[in-house]
Design a protein around this ligand. Structure first.
Ligand code: GLU
Length: 340
């Protein structure tokens, strides 16, 4: 290999890296974002597919007409369309942030070793998936892995653990969140299946002690109320490497963000996670309260709330609106142009 060949290769590499850096640094244009949000809002406003979750009785009573969209950029710009003030319970979206907390406390290998980071191929609250590999070979976004992750948050008392979790969520949202008591009580009265899941994870040694407490705290974390703006800021914090772009605070360790996003890409939308990734390329997480967050790393965090769900448990409007908006704004991280 000649020296001039090496020099030429180095120069080309530098240009290529420069192009990538320029692409990554390009902020979204205000008019484009507003147009994309308004178009998606209008397009799906009158859609009437899907139904509220009802296996948690309080969720069946939530207003099905709530429909809001929010997008937040790493520069801290907030764009919204529709209902930005109505709150719904965060439900499974909370799993992402408890996962991040455990990683921050114990490192990503603690999650990897205790429950794994693979899709189960089963429903989110599957008992079969636990039995198949004795509680391993799953991930922290299905109930067994999520309740186990909650059990891994350190603290001397229930109150201390709970306050730590809620404060961590608050830092992502940039404000003090509160618990929807009605949803918490409703789920606590009907969550026998989650109690069984926690007992099994305890029996197989993944939950080290007090499975009842882990289930109870998990149920409370799922009952935290959020509006669509909160969710978009939480998503944007992941999009901006763990720094809340609105409060400008680094709220999680930067080195753990890529692992959290990878788990979201693998298992964020229940049994339709593969289909979702195929259509959008975005790490995302949905909850049975009707919210979905999605992250375009370095570009934006987006959220939609609309309670009616499809058969897989994902908000119908949220999936459609996020996919349209992201595709209009070039949010798919896998969609790149040839460098030269
Ligand atoms: N709290 C709910 C449960 O454990 C969360 C479900 C979800 O949003 O996927 O069933």
């Amino acid at each position: 290999m000649t020296l001039s060949y090496l020099a030429k290769t180095a120069a080309l590499l530098a240009i290529w890296i420069g192009t990538l850096a320029a692409q990554a640094a390009q902020p979204l244009a205000k008019a484009d974002v507003e147009a994309a949000l308004n178009a998606a809002y209008t397009k799906y406003k009158d859609l009437s597919e899907g139904a509220n979750a009802d296996y948690i009785p309080a969720l069946a009573k939530v207003d099905s007409a709530i429909y809001g969209i929010a997008l937040v950029t790493p520069q801290g710009d907030i764009y919204t369309a529709g209902d930005v003030s109505s709150e719904v319970s965060i439900q499974s979206i909370s799993k992402v942030f408890t996962l991040a907390l455990v990683m921050d406390e114990q490192g990503p290998e603690a999650i990897f070793n205790n429950m794994g980071v693979d899709a189960t191929g089963q429903v989110f609250n599957s008992i079969v998936a636990i039995e198949q590999h004795k509680g391993a070979e799953m991930n922290p976004l299905v109930n067994a892995g999520a309740i186990t992750a909650t059990s891994m948050v350190s603290g001397d008392s229930r109150a201390q653990i709970w306050n730590k979790i809620l404060n961590y969520y608050n830092a992502f949202a940039g404000r003090e969140l509160s618990v929807n008591k009605e949803v918490f009580e409703s789920e606590a009265a009907t969550n026998q299946r989650n109690q069984a899941i926690a007992e099994l994870m305890y029996a197989y040694g993944h939950i080290k002690s007090n499975p009842d407490q882990a289930t109870d705290i998990y149920t409370e974390q799922c009952s935290v109320n959020v509006n669509v703006r909160d969710l978009a800021i939480m998503a944007a914090t992941l999009a901006d490497g763990g720094r809340n772009p609105v409060t400008k605070k680094q709220v999680m360790k930067n080195e753990n963000v890529s692992e959290v996003l990878a788990v979201m890409a693998t298992a964020g939308l229940y049994d339709d996670s593969g289909k979702w990734l195929y259509l959008t390329g975005l790490p995302a997480k949905s909850g049975v309260g009707g919210g979905i967050i999605a992250v375009s790393p370095g570009r934006f965090g987006i959220a939609v709330i609309s309670p009616p769900l499809d058969a897989a448990g994902n908000s119908v409007r949220a999936q459609k609106a996020i996919a349209d908006i992201s595709n209009a704004l070039g949010g798919n991280p896998y969609a790149v142009e040839p460098a030269m």
